[in-house]
Design a protein around this ligand. Structure first.
Ligand SMILES: NC(=O)c1ccc[n+]([C@@H]2O[C@H](COP(=O)([O-])OP(=O)(O)OC[C@H]3O[C@@H](n4cnc5c(N)ncnc54)[C@H](O)[C@@H]3O)[C@@H](O)[C@H]2O)c1
Length: 417
């Protein structure tokens, strides 16, 4: 299906992809993990959370690693959203012990824990020493990421997100040095995700894909990849992002409704990985910037917040991203044959709306408990996420952020001309 008048977007000659050295994807690939660990040494730390630490999967993994003669330490107290004090507890727990590699086994919180611990074991200090872009001074311990949710894409990203009580909000360490050395993406690990978790994490992946695909495009100067971790959309990330959108269209609702559907879980694991690859290079934008203060205020799961905001962000950015939205419509299976770009683009946004509604993402900020009085503060705080705001396809000041936040509060889904 091809809509008419769609400009060719793929002629830009410049692209950047920074990725793990090795990525394994597929049902049963967890069994390959001992061989991968062996490439890095004989002593490994596994960062996981209490639920997963008590799981059969983790027990079996530790046994297999030990049977291969590897020394294994498990830190099983990773907290959701990764508060900084918990990270320091992990570092203290292994101080003085030889660690050759760090495995992050779990959702984004556990994988990000592994990344930050790998930084601190290599370079010392505390997480705040490394906030922002390019602040990690050199290579860190090798991280092996094993996702058990299909969402964050952290298995492939140059970012770790932490909650810093001293700042009262989430913040990030962004550096190519923290890209996992290896990722093992075994979708069978996600079969136990209940529908609400599948929805929140699936929405997260969906937003990564759509925001990367609709991010600003920058001129490809030779300096760009050294000046920015997130360089904007480019042909390499576009290819991954649009294929990820197609997989989400095919399988997110199915994985939500039928948790045991292995093929839907396989698609979503791949979609989340593509989302991570795309976001780590292109970058995300306004939905992520606004979600940070919303998450602090409402304690909403990250994926629910960004999923709720995406329809409003796309409408705000609409005039600048019509060709991309038209392609998203195609990827999500909308029949756009013969449509003008404007109409195909609207069909793309409406297809995004439909998927998010079908997996139960709330429609308005009011439903999350946000009050009208909070909107100014949310817009003001969102403005602080400079790297995300800079990545938006239309310049965003306080006025634009306020407009998006107000629309998301009121459920105003009017398109901008
Ligand atoms: N580094 C990145 O690139 C990146 C990108 C986006 C988000 N994040 C961060 O990732 C974190 C969120 O990660 P998440 O959404 O994967 O959730 P999570 O890691 O916080 O886990 C949420 C809950 O799901 C449970 N869980 C995990 N796997 C499960 C399974 N297979 N079955 C049943 N329960 C399971 C966990 O035990 C936990 O209770 C946030 O801190 C977010 O900011 C990081």
């Amino acid at each position: 299906m091809t809509c008419t008048h769609l400009p060719d977007l793929d002629n830009a000659p410049f692209g950047v992809l920074r990725l793990p050295r090795g990525i394994l994807v597929g049902a049963g690939q967890l069994r390959a993990l001992p061989h991968i660990v062996r490439d890095f040494g004989t002593s490994v730390l596994i960062c996981t959370d209490p639920r997963l630490a008590a799981s059969d999967e983790l027990r079996a993994l530790v046994t297999t690693l030990e049977e291969q003669g590897l020394e294994v330490a498990v830190f099983g107290d990773t907290e959701a959203e990764l508060p900084v004090p918990g990270i320091m507890n992990c570092v203290e727990a292994v101080r003085g012990r030889r660690i050759d590699a760090v495995i992050g086994f779990g959702g984004g919180s556990c994988m990000d824990m592994a990344k930050v611990v790998a930084v601190l074991l290599a370079h010392g200090g505390t997480p705040s020493d490394y906030y922002g872009e390019f602040a990690v001074p050199g290579p860190v311990l090798p991280v092996i990421a094993v996702p058990t949710t299909a969402g964050t894409g952290s298995e492939a990203t140059a970012i770790a997100v932490v909650s810093d009580p001293a700042l009262g909000m989430k913040t990030g360490i962004s550096s190519p040095h923290i890209i996992p050395a290896a990722a093992v993406c075994d979708p069978t690990l996600t079969l136990t995700c209940p529908p609400a978790l599948t929805a929140a994490t699936g929405a997260d992946a969906f937003v990564h894909l759509v925001e990367s695909y609709t991010a600003v495009a920058r001129p490809g100067t030779p300096e760009l990849a050294r000046e920015r971790v997130f360089i904007g959309r480019n042909p390499l990330t576009d290819t991954l992002a649009i294929e990820g959108v197609r997989l989400v269209g095919r399988s997110l609702v199915r994985a939500y409704r039928e948790p045991g559907d292995e093929s839907a879980r396989g698609d979503m694991m791949l979609a989340a990985l593509y989302g991570g690859m795309a976001l780590s290079n292109a970058g995300t934008a306004a939905a992520h910037a606004i979600q940070y203060p919303v998450g602090t205020l409402t304690h909403t799961p990250h994926g629910v917040g960004v999923g709720l905001l995406l329809p409003y962000v796309l409408r705000h950015n609409f005039p600048a991203i019509r060709p991309q939205l038209a392609r998203i419509a195609e990827a999500l299976g909308a029949d756009v044959r013969g449509l003008a770009v404007e109409d195909a683009a609207r069909a793309g946004v409406e297809a995004v709306d439909r998927i998010l509604a079908e997996i139960g993402i709330p429609a308005t900020l009011a439903e999350l408990g946000v009050r009208e009085d909070d909107l100014g503060l949310i817009a003001e705080r969102a403005r602080n996420s400079r790297r995300l705001i800079d990545n938006n396809p239309v310049p965003l000041g306080l006025e634009g952020l306020t407009a998006i936040t107000r629309a998301a509060f009121a459920g105003d889904r009017a398109f901008r001309a």
